[in-house]
Each structure stands twice: as structure tokens, then as C-alpha cells.
Design a protein around this ligand. Structure first.
Ligand SMILES: Cc1cc2nc3c(=O)[nH]c(=O)nc-3n(C[C@H](O)[C@H](O)[C@H](O)COP(=O)(O)OP(=O)(O)OC[C@H]3O[C@@H](n4cnc5c(N)ncnc54)[C@H](O)[C@@H]3O)c2cc1C
Length: 463
């Protein structure tokens, strides 16, 4: 029977192996690290459960819950505490609450924008006028151009930039509106106004928590995937050096071994896929290399709750670039999910993105944690001394989806169809959230099972 080789054992590679197993297709999964899971990693220190990477998934991506239930984790699902769902954005040094009905870039109750302390009078007047825009189809623009066109510059600096920095790690000037906020581009086409689009679709935003997670952390998802791999799936710890065509279909050459397979799924970041495929096709390798990844650093900080002196009345704080901080965001874990911080503890998760993250990759844990502690202390005004902290570095982990991303992915796929049996999984193409990665892998497994040569990418959705 034909065997599939999978390069990379993050959530994409693991879910590909799992879904292949459901189709009865054997596979060899090759991961260079000793542990599987990639960016998904849960740790405990003391009584605290700390997410080094993703802490949840968007509940509206319903198929993720299907997988979680199939894996026997249905009773482990925990929703975010949406009664405390408030996000603060720092403006002139002070945290200001985002309107509660905010749906990423626009509120479903437009009058809440008018009363928000986040925007000045000129922006508010501009937002009121936005309601009357006529439907239009415009050329692909950056998120910054798109948001400025609708709501003005202030909304770019104090809304789009801080909201997207933590997810994509790059400024809105670099991100493609078509790839990153496709729903809003569709509202522009259909209604003209984003405010009217959100208002008209307010019923779509169903009841229930915005985020879902697992009681024992997101690491229990990748653990469960691993436990549910069929016996016909062989897991190998080795670093793959190249993927080449062979008589059997494909040959995967690693540092210590080589495997022949009828199909291969490269489930690594896109530039690494480009390096591995350099000998196969120059244009394909170049296209993959042109998808830029930025780094991210997560700092977990634990404080005593007694005398903390800050109410933690929300999911956290976003810090716009214009406020000249080092941190991009901080999640107040005690409020977002129950049962994460140990009894009597406050657990904060700070994020560094872009150039700040690149610098932090080279700094010691003490220095990164010390700077995060000092900045949060100043912005949130808490008093107790830091008890424990840890920094998690994710070099070149976040794909940028810059302007032209959809066209780049189409070009990659045009080359890919020349190489039957070669598939690209991972977060570089059509969505970087966990549900998008899982769905892409499920589709690839289905394509292999039904004998399709390769998978073409559906449009990216929100992260
Ligand atoms: C800090 C952070 C927070 C995030 N938060 C969220 C969140 O809350 N919710 C959400 O939905 N998404 C979140 N994301 C995004 C999401 O976590 C990732 O997109 C997803 O985990 C990517 O999984 P992957 O398997 O495609 O890639 P990875 O996890 O990067 O796995 C790729 C694997 O391939 C291996 N590999 C690479 N090259 C080779 C080689 N040559 N040979 C063998 N193995 C190789 C690597 O070691 C790695 O294990 C977050 C991302 C980051 C960085």
C-alpha cells in the first residue's frame, strides 16, 4: 500500500497524520525536535498552567470542536469568561476600554464608537460618515490603507495596528486586507460601509464564548493527536534536509535516514518548505521563500494576588506602536480563562512582536522578563514583586500575509500541480490559526485518499 511522508510534527503535521489514519493510509512523520507539537506547548510552573504558544482557538471555527470531540476531549473544552471580555488599548499612557460590541475593526452597536475614549472627535465624525458609504470593489490594499480609507489614520494607529500586531507580528502597512480581514473587504463590496456590514450581520455573531480552550491546555490537543495516531503511522526524530522526486514518487532525505513515499506533505513554515524543495523546482522554492515570517516572544509572569492592586477587569491590554513600548500586548490570564493561574496567583502573558521580538531572541530570560515586568508595572500600576517568569522564543513563527499574498499562494499552487503527490500544509498559506492549520491538513488527507494530485487553497479567514 502507498505510504505518505510528513515533514514536521506541529499541529499541521500531526493532524495530517491523524486524518490519513482515518482514511486507512499509513504514514511516516519526521520531526526534527524531540517533542511533537511545534508552537503548541503547555507547561506548568507551580500551580500555574502556562501556554508558551497558542492559548485558545476562535469558537466560530466550529470544525475544530469536531476534532476535539473525536479525540475524546469534549469534556475538557473550556470557554473564555466572556462576562469579563473587555480589551483595553493604551492611549496617551492610559488604558481605554474598546467598545464591548467591537467585532475586530467595527462595533456591532455603532453608537458605542461615539462614546469610546479611544478616538478623538474627528475620528468619531469620520466613523459616523462611514455608515453612508456606497458598495465598491477596490484593488488589493494593505490593512493600513483599507482602515484609513474607512475610519481615518487614528483607527490605524489605535485599532488595526494593536489588534493585529499580536497575531501577525507586523505592522498593518505590511499586511494584505484581502488575506487578513477578508470579511471586512466583503462588507465593503456588499454594503460599502463596514459599520453597516457588522450591523447587518450582527446575528451571525452567535451566543457563547468567543474563544475555546482545553482544561489542561492546548498541549493536550497535540498529545491527544499523538495518542490517536494509527499503528501504521511511524514517528521519527530526524531533521529533513531535502525532498526529491523518486521512482516511488518522493524521497525524503533526512540527516540520519531516508524514506520513500507515494506522497509527501511538507508541514513546516513556508520558507523551510522552500529550502527543502530547492532541488525540485526553482520557482516553487522561490515562491515559498517569499512568504516572510516574523518572530514572536511570549513572557509568562506570575505575581501574588494579595495586594496586587489592579482589578484585571478584562482579557488584557494592547499597546499600540505609537505609545512607544516594548510589549505589543498582555493577556490577563486569570480573567480570560478560569483555572489557569494557581490559587492566590496572578498570571500575565506578555507578547513581543516585530523588531522587539527579534531583539528579545538574543537577550537573556532575566533581561526579557525584567523589561516586561517594568513596562507592565508602569502601564497597569500593580505593586507586588515578580515571583516567577519564563520567556518562550518563537523565531520566524508568524507568517506575514503581506499585500499580494493570495497571488503568491496561487503562483505556488500553479507550480505545485506539476508535481503530483506533493502537498503543502502549515500556517503559511490560508490561515494561521490552529483551526485553519487543522482544516488544511484534513483537506490534504482527503485529497490524497481520493487520489487528487494536489490541494488548491480556499481563501484565508480571520485568524
Ligand atoms: C506566540 C504564538 C501564539 C499563538 N496563539 C494562537 C492562538 O491563541 N490561537 C490560534 O489559533 N493560533 C495561535 N497561533 C498560531 C498557531 O499556533 C500556529 O499557526 C500553529 O501552531 C502552526 O502549526 P504548524 O504545525 O503549521 O507549524 P509549527 O508549529 O511551526 O510546526 C512545524 C514543525 O516542523 C518542524 N520542522 C521544521 N523544519 C523541519 C525539518 N527540516 N525537518 C523536520 N522537522 C522540521 C518544526 O520543528 C516544528 O515542530 C500562535 C502562534 C504563536 C507563535
Amino acid at each position: 500500500m502507498s505510504r505518505v511522508a510528513i515533514v514536521g510534527g506541529g499541529v499541521s503535521g500531526l493532524s495530517a497524520a491523524y486524518y490519513l489514519g482515518r482514511h486507512g493510509i499509513p504514514c511516516t512523520l519526521i520531526e526534527r525536535e524531540q517533542r511533537l507539537g511545534g508552537i503548541v506547548r503547555t507547561e506548568r510552573f507551580g500551580d500555574c498552567l502556562v501556554e508558551a504558544g497558542p492559548d485558545s482557538w476562535l469558537a466560530e471555527k466550529a470544525w475544530m470542536l469536531d476534532l476535539v470531540r473525536e479525540l475524546g476531549l469534549g469534556d475538557q473544552v473550556v470557554g473564555s469568561n466572556d462576562n469579563r471580555r473587555r480589551t483595553y488599548i493604551v492611549r496617551s499612557g492610559r488604558p481605554r476600554a474598546l467598545p464591548e460590541s467591537m467585532r475586530l475593526l467595527a462595533p456591532s452597536k455603532p453608537w458605542q464608537a461615539a462614546t469610546s475614549g479611544l478616538f478623538g472627535l474627528a475620528s468619531k465624525a469620520r466613523m459616523a460618515g462611514e455608515w453612508f458609504r456606497r458598495p465598491r470593489t477596490l484593488r488589493e490594499r494593505s490593512v493600513a490603507e483599507f482602515v484609513e480609507d474607512h475610519f481615518g489614520r487614528e483607527a490605524v494607529e489605535y485599532l488595526a495596528q494593536p489588534l493585529l500586531a499580536g497575531v501577525y507580528g507586523s505592522p498593518p502597512e505590511n499586511l494584505s486586507a484581502d488575506s487578513v480581514i477578508p470579511r471586512f473587504v466583503e462588507y465593503e463590496r456588499q454594503y460599502g460601509s463596514l459599520l453597516r456590514g457588522v450591523w447587518k450581520n450582527r446575528e451571525r455573531h452567535r451566543e457563547g464564548p468567543l474563544f475555546l480552550t482545553l482544561r489542561q491546555g492546548m498541549g493536550s490537543l497535540t498529545d491527544a493527536l499523538q495518542q490517536h495516531l494509527p499503528e501504521t503511522c511511524e514517528v521519527v526524530a530526524d531533521e529533513v534536509r531535502a525532498v526529491q522526486p523518486s521512482a516511488a514518487g518522493w524521497r525524503v532525505r533526512a540527516e540520519r535516514g531516508a524514506w520513500d513515499a507515494s506522497s509527501v506533505i511538507v508541514a513546516t513554515p513556508a520558507p523551510e518548505a522552500g529550502r527543502l524543495l530547492a532541488g525540485v523546482d526553482d520557482a516553487l522554492a522561490e515562491g515559498l521563500g517569499s512568504i516572510v515570517y516574523t518572530s514572536s516572544v511570549v513572557v509568562a509572569l506570575v505575581y501574588p494576588q494579595r495586594g496586587f492592586g489592579h482589578p484585571l477587569d478584562g482579557f488584557g491590554l494592547l499597546i499600540p506602536r505609537a505609545e512607544r513600548g516594548t510589549l505589543a500586548a498582555c493577556t490577563w490570564t486569570n480573567s480570560k480563562f478560569s483555572g489557569r493561574a494557581g490559587p492566590g496567583k496572578v498570571l500575565l502573558r506578555a507578547f513581543l512582536a516585530g523588531a522587539d521580538a527579534e531583539r528579545a531572541l538574543e537577550s537573556s530570560d532575566e533581561s526579557v522578563s525584567g523589561r516586561a515586568d517594568a513596562e507592565l508595572r508602569q502601564r497597569m500600576g500593580f505593586r507586588p514583586a515578580l515571583e516567577v517568569s519564563r520567556a518562550y522564543r518563537w523565531p520566524a513563527a508568524m507568517p506575514q500575509y503581506s499585500v499580494g499574498h493570495t497571488a503568491r499562494v496561487s503562483q505556488i499552487e500553479e507550480r505545485l500541480v506539476r508535481f503530483p503527490g506533493l502537498h503543502l500544509a502549515g500556517n503559511g498559506y490560508a490561515g494561521l490559526g490552529l483551526p485553519d492549520c487543522v482544516r488544511r491538513s484534513e483537506r490534504i488527507a482527503r485529497a490524497i485518499a481520493s487520489g487528487e494530485a494536489s490541494l488548491t487553497t480556499p481563501a484565508a479567514g480571520p485568524p
